[in-house]
Design a protein around this ligand. Sequence first.
Ligand SMILES: *Cc1c(COP(=O)(O)O)cnc(C)c1O
Length: 357
Amino acid sequence: MRVYNFAAGPSTLPLDVLEEAQRDFLDYNGTGMSITEMSHRSKAFMAVNEEAQALLRELMNISEEYAVLFVQGGATQQFAAVPLNLMVSGKADYIVTGNFAGKAQEEAAKYGDAAIVASSKDKNFTYIPDMKTVKFRENADYVHITTNNTIFGTRYTTLPETDAPLVADMSSNILSEVVDVNRFGLIYAGAQKNIAPAGVTIVIAKRSLLGKHKAFCPIMLRYDIQDKNNSLYNTPPCFAIYMAMLVLRRLKKLGGVKAMQEVNEYKAKILYDFIDSSALFQNNVNKADRSLMNVPFVTGSEELDAKFVKEATENGLVSLKGHRLVGGMRASIYNAMPVEGVKTLVAFMKKFELENK
Ligand SMILES: *Cc1c(COP(=O)(O)O)cnc(C)c1O
């Protein structure tokens, strides 16, 4: 039985994409071999690489002023790659709204003056600081934000106004809502939440910012080199890029990011509306800052939380255990989670509430 998988990442992928990949697995496009067996310089794979990039450009409306890169090392590698490439004068501002944002700042601090200019740590990251009151430093090389906080379930609804290029970790909300790429100097995202299996990381970088990397920047982390080589400087994560292509094709067919955003808003509303009406379940995030992708909730009793996770699993609703930093439960409802999955979860929560009054 296929379950509804609410894992935060790697996470559920669209069933039709998995089936298509399965059909193609032994013989990709009449080549007589699997996509996992062929040269990354082969015609067949180069076409995949090109199409995946073209689809991402189309879906996110990315101009030629930006490089689109498929790299490895996850979002975590980008925590270092960003300062190594962009911290030209040695100074950057970080807004810390969660665990990953904090890790990004700590990594950058190894390479220069990475200041925390705002944080929501005082309330265990249950809100996004008011962007109007953030004091950015003059002449910072960039300002780094995390647009969706996967563990704590918050998201930015307004972007900071700053002259410095904006750098965003969008690992857990890329392609879930419409974004104006032109507002950013650089966007990066590990693909394993909203796009593909683990293994590929997306980087969208303004070309005018590239080529000013630190002299000791490892060649694999240089955005300008990856751009010149169309992400084929060395062997790329071929299978993950192929899967990304299938997911992007599907997203286009479904009407693109705007259509997906509407579905995501609908799914999130179903879940939040129920939680807000429930006497048992609670979401502790500031309402205006609630994530559309990751919904943490608690019952207030650790025993009851554990019972909920156990019984949900028995009912085909899996990976609902919350992150250890928050406790309770977390439902990750990325693009690939069908509306039916959220409705089934809410129905189960209702039943559980009745049984555990
Ligand atoms: C998952 C996640 C990361 C870490 O991604 P890796 O690809 O495992 O390095 C970083 N930032 C955010 C916002 C995430 O959700």
